[in-house]
Ligand binder design. Structure first.
Ligand code: C5P
Length: 294
């Protein structure tokens, strides 16, 4: 018997970052949205632990560890039940792209393990296990559109009346999240302890109006990411010139996402950017959090 769980990529519609805490993590006030790029994780019982990672053409699976350090294997170790597992990860979410692909795999493995052994652990218990795996993992379980505080792990769903169309441009080479945070610290040695709040963004989500959402998008990690990868600034300008309402770096980057006014609008931007960029994807949000595929 095996269980397959699907978990999605995330983008940050708002990412307010404060000065580092004593534990080295940065206090965040963020708004996550789950969008329609997916990793599928299949878990079954076996004699010895094994892990296989495959991916869509645009996913560089060479960058994904296939030993016990893989977040899916760490997830199974979080809730040990004495069994060994075979884990198969099929990736569509870019690796080291600022879209929480690893977090999606961790969340999917936690849920798959729970259902495989019919443990039916409480949401609170799964969320606590998820938080130990990484700051974005609880959101990968919850999905939809949600506010994240603390280091991002304290997640609370928020009102979102929109269907938002995105064009997604991954980069060939990933960026290290800790490196982008370190660069934020270098650029902002006097960052306030409290991260910026998303007041206007929350109102824009409730309005369902793309133009209003476009104006409210905000990412404090965009400046350090572009400083480390100046070509991302060119990409954002290009997408906006081709008709996107707004382009931004996703999380710590280097993936860039473009909000469009409609599905048709997103197809036009996708076609235009495809002339110059190898991989250009479209996605819609919000979508569900980690869930068992029937
Ligand atoms: O929690 P996670 O393992 O995903 O974080 C990866 C790294 O990103 C951390 O080790 C830290 O360097 C950085 N980070 C941070 N502040 C956060 C989240 C992540 O500095 N709120």
């Amino acid at each position: 018997m095996s269980v397959t769980v699907r978990a999605s990529a995330k983008i940050n519609l708002h990412l307010g970052v404060g000065a580092p805490r004593e534990d080295g993590f940065h206090p965040l006030d963020t708004v996550y949205q789950a969008i329609s790029l997916y990793d599928d994780v299949t878990v079954s019982e076996t004699d010895t632990d094994s892990l296989t990672v495959t991916g869509s053409a645009h996913v560089d699976v060479a960058g994904v560890p296939t030993d016990a350090t893989n977040i899916a294997m760490r997830a199974l170790a979080e809730a040990p039940c004495g069994s060994a597992h075979d884990v198969r990860i099929a990736k569509q979410v870019p690796v080291a792209g600022g879209m929480a692909g690893g977090s999606a795999d961790g969340a999917a493995a936690l849920l798959a393990h729970d259902r495989l052994h019919d443990l039916r652990q409480s949401d609170d218990l799964l969320l606590a296990q998820a938080a130990r795996l990484g700051s974005d993992v609880p959101f990968s379980l919850v999905g939809g559109t949600a506010r994240g505080r603390g280091r991002g792990e304290l997640v609370e769903p928020i009102v979102d009346h929109g269907t938002w169309w995105w064009v997604v441009v991954p980069a060939a080479v990933g960026l290290s999240t800790p490196e982008v945070y370190r660069h934020f610290d270098r650029l902002h040695p006097d960052a306030p302890a409290e991260p910026a709040e998303p007041a206007e963004l929350l109102a824009a989500l409730a309005s369902g109006e793309p133009v209003r959402l476009a104006r409210a998008l905000h990412n404090d990690l965009q400046e350090p990411a572009i400083d480390l990868r100046p070509e991302l600034g060119d990409l954002i300008a290009r997408g906006e010139a081709e008709g996107a309402l707004r382009g931004m770096v996703s999380g710590s980057g280097p993936t860039c996402v473009f909000l469009c006014d409609s599905q048709e609008g997103s197809m036009e931007v996708l076609t235009a950017l495809s002339a110059s960029y190898d991989v250009v994807l479209s996605a819609v949000g919000p979508v569900a959090g980690a869930h068992v595929l029937g």
